[in-house]
Design a protein around this ligand. Structure first.
Ligand SMILES: C[S@@+](CC[C@H](N)C(=O)[O-])C[C@H]1O[C@@H](n2cnc3c(N)ncnc32)[C@H](O)[C@@H]1O
Length: 297
């Protein structure tokens, strides 16, 4: 596997994923009781956007200018995106201070938090995080950056195994983010298996799965496999299409499947995705919104 998140950091998919993640964390925190945040495919934790064009291997066009770059500095953001942009600003400033500065491009941030740091910054004292990453270099960087951080542990391991191994947590509450690279042909099947096993272990757990929109038929098949799971709890998808599915783009959109969503999260995420669609559009047919697969009763 050659996947490195560096190229993709802060692209349109990260904007949707990370703003949604923060909304889900806030939703779980409506209850006082602590929970486990389990990040099964955590990446390296944070990214230097000035290196995003080179990643770790070869040159490639950075993707953040068409993602975070289009909303940074806007004053008309919906509340979910305000919270997200503010979290990025804090991470950028803290990391610059810790690393002795560093210039960004213009007024843009230089350092971008991945899901581990975004979630960690939002956790309360009664919450904790478990971050799993299988790729050895990324796992080492993640462990390095989280060394000494309280209530956070890093495991260099397969994220699907972690879902089996760490659920149910002692807290009996969890938010599980499953964010695979979707490079392997069996990724979709692995996700379904992990959801089946995770829900069997913690039926009330909140599971969020990021997925790419490259072929509508592939995603429809995923929904069918999902709906075939027995006792599937309430779930919705929040999707963002930056172009229609006939577009020349390889990835013309993405979505998050959210199982057992926190109460009241669908409406603001729907508004956020609708707002993002024209702003992040890269072709005709951009659209966004929430669609319930199994409605709340
Ligand atoms: C999309 S990136 C994660 C980005 C991160 N969640 C974020 O939002 O900042 C996917 C990561 O999963 C890692 N990975 C791939 N297969 C894995 C597996 N089976 N278990 C754990 N990590 C895996 C890759 O090395 C990569 O770092």
């Amino acid at each position: 596997m050659n996947y490195r998140h560096h190229f993709h950091a802060a692209n349109f998919a990260d904007v949707l994923k990370h703003a949604t993640l923060l909304r889900l964390v806030a939703g779980l925190q409506a209850k006082e009781k602590g929970f486990l945040y389990l990040d099964s495919h955590a990446g390296r934790g944070g990214y230097d956007l000035t290196a995003a064009a080179t990643g770790t291997t070869r040159e490639r066009e950075a993707e953040w200018p068409n993602g975070l770059g289009r909303i940074w500095g806007r004053r008309d953001l919906p509340p979910e995106l305000q919270a997200y942009v503010e979290a990025v600003r804090v991470f950028d400033q803290t990391t610059r201070t810790a690393s002795g500065g560093g210039k960004a491009e213009g007024d843009f941030p230089r350092f971008y938090p991945g899901s581990p740091w975004l979630a960690q910054a939002a956790l309360r004292v009664q919450d904790r995080a478990l971050l799993c990453e299988r790729q050895p270099d990324e796992a080492a960087a993640l462990a390095d950056s989280f060394r000494g951080v309280r209530r956070c542990s890093v495991q260099a391991m397969d994220g699907y195994t972690a879902v089996r191994a760490y659920l149910p947590p002692p807290e009996r509450r969890a938010l599980v983010l499953i964010d695979p690279p979707f490079e392997a042909a069996d990724e979709w099947t692995n996700v379904i298996t992990a959801l089946r096993e995770g829900l069997a272990r913690l039926p009330g757990g909140t599971f969020a799965v990021w997925y790419p929109l490259t072929a509508r038929a592939r995603v429809d098949a995923f929904y069918r496999q999902l709906l075939a799971l027995s006792k599937l709890p309430p779930c919705y998808t929040v999707e963002l299409l930056i172009a229609g599915d006939g577009a020349a783009l390889k990835v013309w959109g993405c979505g998050l499947l959210v199982i057992n969503p926190p109460w009241g999260s669908a409406r603001p995420l729907d508004a956020m995705a609708r707002w993002l669609a024209p702003v992040l559009a890269q072709g005709d047919g951009a659209a966004g919104g929430v669609h319930w697969l199994v409605p709340e009763v």
